[in-house]
Design a protein around this ligand. Structure first.
Ligand SMILES: Nc1nc2c(ncn2[C@@H]2O[C@H](COP(=O)(O)OP(=O)(O)O)[C@@H](O)[C@H]2O)c(=O)[nH]1
Ligand SMILES: [Mg+2]
Length: 257
């Protein structure tokens, strides 16, 4: 509703040659602290604890008076994640038929726009399939933001690393796990309740070996560790603007013909 009205007013302003005045008004609204809706995406292999953690993050945000919605994306048939989220009273939409980081990138824009129009949350949490890579997610969200730049903003992309299973994953799907870590804005080493200090150090070293600069957080949906930090980061920080060209070149080199 608000968006429709703003879009209409902008078109009228442009038609009357008043774009400059319009920009002034919009800047004033933004300056007054009206928060843009956040698109906050995570990635990480199936089972790394994304859904469990996002439920806690959504609860934390709600307790701060923020309105939260989620988008879950599944290539499979029955979306368990959607049910999990809805059981906790979280407004959830589903994207199926492929991964939003590649095959159905455009669907993200439509889904985000629909949620924005109907529910107007402060934050949309996006859980893609376990094989999504940050570059594709960043591109998909960038396309969406481009449609409504005054209304939307992209939060940093968080890659979940399962402290319990990372070794096994490195044996079986090394390239995917490495790409998810290399392209992340932030890595969340998850399920720290279930590992000891030595193990945690090993996992941290492994992540650092793959991406020496990346910011690392530690999390557990069981103890609540990291939940507040992640909520803060999703609400207040912007996507790092990692050089997409560099990532795209690397992608072409690794996956191209
Ligand atoms: N020990 C432990 N197990 C967790 C934690 N979070 C999730 N799990 C378990 O990991 C499994 C996968 O969790 P889920 O949230 O569905 O992962 P997703 O596939 O990444 O969404 C489930 O069996 C959860 O109970 C955690 O913080 N600690
Ligand atoms: Mg899940």
């Amino acid at each position: 509703m608000v968006f429709n009205a703003l879009q209409y007013l902008e078109s009228r302003a442009v038609a009357h040659g008043a774009q400059e005045q319009w920009n002034y008004i919009i800047n004033a609204i933004e300056g007054a602290g009206v928060m843009k809706m956040r698109i906050a995406q995570v990635t990480g292999f199936l089972g790394s604890g994304k859904t469990s953690f996002l439920i806690e993050v959504a609860k934390e945000m709600s307790s701060r008076g923020l309105k939260v919605a989620t988008i879950v994306n599944d290539v499979g048939h029955i979306n368990v994640d959607r049910r999990c989220m809805e059981v906790h009273g979280i407004h959830t939409r589903e994207i199926s038929g492929g991964c939003i980081c590649c095959e159905v990138q455009g669907t993200l824009t439509t889904t985000v726009t629909n949620i924005f129009m109907s529910f107007r949350p402060d934050v949309i949490l996006v859980e893609p399939t376990g094989v999504a890579i940050p570059l594709g997610l960043r591109q998909a969200a960038a396309e969406t933001v481009k449609r409504m730049p005054k209304m939307l903003e992209q939060s940093p992309i968080i890659t979940f690393v399962d402290a319990l299973r990372i070794d096994r994953l490195m044996d079986n799907v090394r390239r995917l796990v490495e790409t998810q870590i290399v392209e992340a804005d932030v890595v969340l080493i998850n399920k720290v309740d279930a590992v000891d200090a030595l193990r945690l150090q090993c996992v941290t070293d492994m992540v650092r070996g793959i991406n020496p600069q990346v910011r690392i957080l530690y999390g557990s949906s069981r103890t609540g560790q990291g939940v507040k930090e992640v909520a803060d980061l999703m609400v207040h920080e912007k996507v790092s603007g990692q050089d997409m060209t560099e990532a795209e070149d690397r992608f072409d080199k690794e996956y191209g013909e």
